[in-house]
Structure formats: structure tokens, C-alpha cells
Design a protein around this ligand. Structure first.
Ligand code: PGA
Length: 243
């Protein structure tokens, strides 16, 4: 894997945006895999700016989001559907038929997960997948112990993940206990991967993923085996890397 260390969060976001812009310019019908959470907010901001400045268009872009909370309706203000609309989709010219986000409120989870996987295949696979990382090394919502070959499925959220995300739900008690997520096998199938992390609180997770052994207890460690994976980190997140 390739490691790029940016001087701060702003710079990390800019470097990631440059890569996404390049991908879209090279292939205007690219299939993108997209994350949510705090980390990609400024990346999305930069992509919106690039669209407004007519540097890129999203008309032919196809997107697949990594995950969604189980039990949340898509119009819930805390859902990842809402997050994506607010931060990106409502501000660009993407066609709604090209947006794919798991339905967390589905009555038939199995069918929803199978549908998602087959839509990824039908789109020709993911060209560029952007990832964040959890403090417990999760990617998507693949928590420690997830099978490296796993596909899209329902998962139980780790307590550390629920605690980290409880700020969006007002309390830990109100934070969902489960989510639908693409699997690690799904992630590893992407042609190119960029993982973003900022802040000292991610430093341990990054060091385990990059310098540790490949182990199911450290989901992100499998990225060491991906043929085209770049970690773009700020100095805080890179602080515990062995040189
Ligand atoms: P964050 O989440 O961007 O809000 O830190 C990342 C993740 O949990 O994958």
C-alpha cells in the first residue's frame, strides 16, 4: 500500500479530492464507492466546488455507499441517505437512478443485501472506493472478526463504534446497534482504494493496519494485500507509523 502524509485535515481532503477528480476526468462514467462520517465531509465539499467550477460533471457517475444503519428510514435526518444528500448529492448533477444506498429499514434484509451486491456487479464493479477507518480498524461497518471474504450483510456494531457515533443520536441508548454494510470481500473487489484518516485518535488504528500483521481482528489490515490502495493521512493519524 502507498502512504501519503498530508500536513492537516484540509490538505488530506484536497489530495483525496484531486484523486477523485482525476478518476472522473479519466472515466466520466466511473463507479465510485463512498463513505460517510466526519472524515469525508471536506472531500465532498471540494468535489461540490469542482462541480460548480465546471471541472467535473457527475451525470454519468454511479455511486454505491458503504453502509447504512439498520432500522433507520432513508428520510431520517441521521441516516446516511440524508448525510449523502446534504453533503454531496443535492449539490451536484448526479442522476438519482445512479445512486445506490442500502435500505436500512428494509423488511427483507437478505434480499436487500443480495440486490446491492448484484447491482455492484451489474455496474461492472467499483472503480474507485473511498474509505474511512474506525478506531477499532473497521472499514465500512466491518467490525473486528469480520471474514475477509464477507459480502454485504447485516452486522452488529461494536460498542466503541456506537460510542463514537452516539454524538449523532443524542445518547448511546438511542444509537443503533446494527447496520447493513458491504463486506470486506466487496471492498477488496474495488479496482482502486483510497483510505482517509485524520487526527491522533486514529493513529493506533492506522499503525495496526499498516505495520501489523494481517489479521481478522484488524479488518483494515487486509488492505495490505490490495494491489492499488493508498492511505492519505494527516500528521496526527500518521503519528504512530513505523518508518
Ligand atoms: P469518522 O468514521 O469519519 O466519523 O471518524 C469513520 C468510520 O467509522 O469508518
Amino acid at each position: 500500500m502507498k502512504i501519503v502524509i498530508a500536513k492537516n485535515y484540509r490538505n488530506m481532503s484536497r489530495l483525496a479530492a484531486d484523486q477523485v477528480i482525476e478518476q472522473i476526468k479519466t472515466k466520466p462514467s466511473s463507479v465510485l464507492g463512498l463513505p460517510t462520517g466526519h472524515t469525508p465531509v471536506e472531500l465532498y465539499h471540494d468535489l461540490v466546488l469542482a462541480y460548480q467550477q465546471e471541472i467535473i460533471r457527475f451525470k454519468k457517475i454511479v455511486t454505491f455507499n458503504l453502509d447504512e444503519y439498520a432500522g433507520l428510514e432513508s428520510d431520517d435526518k441521521r441516516s446516511y441517505h440524508t448525510y449523502m444528500k446534504t453533503n454531496l448529492f443535492n449539490k451536484i448533477d448526479i442522476q438519482s437512478k445512479n445512486i445506490h444506498i442500502l435500505d436500512g429499514a428494509t423488511k427483507n434484509i437478505k434480499r436487500e443485501c443480495v440486490r446491492f451486491e448484484s447491482e455492484i456487479s451489474r455496474a461492472g464493479g467499483i472503480d474507485l472506493l473511498i474509505l474511512g477507518i474506525g478506531m477499532d480498524d473497521h472499514i465500512g461497518f466491518n467490525e473486528p472478526g469480520s471474514d475477509f471474504k464477507s459480502r454485504t450483510r447485516l452486522v452488529k456494531l461494536a460498542e466503541t463504534t456506537r460510542e463514537a457515533n452516539s454524538k449523532y443520536f443524542g445518547s448511546l441508548k438511542r444509537t443503533p446497534t446494527a447496520a447493513l454494510t458491504v463486506g470486506i470481500g466487496t471492498i477488496m473487489g474495488a479496482k482502486k482504494i483510497i483510505l482517509l484518516a485524520d487526527g491522533k485518535k486514529k493513529a493506533e488504528a492506522i499503525a495496526r493496519a499498516v505495520n501489523g500483521k494481517i489479521d481478522k481482528a484488524v479488518p483494515a489490515s487486509i488492505l495490505q494485500k490490495h494491489p492499488d490502495c493508498t492511505f492519505i493521512l494527516d500528521k496526527g493519524a500518521a503519528a504512530k507509523l513505523k518508518s
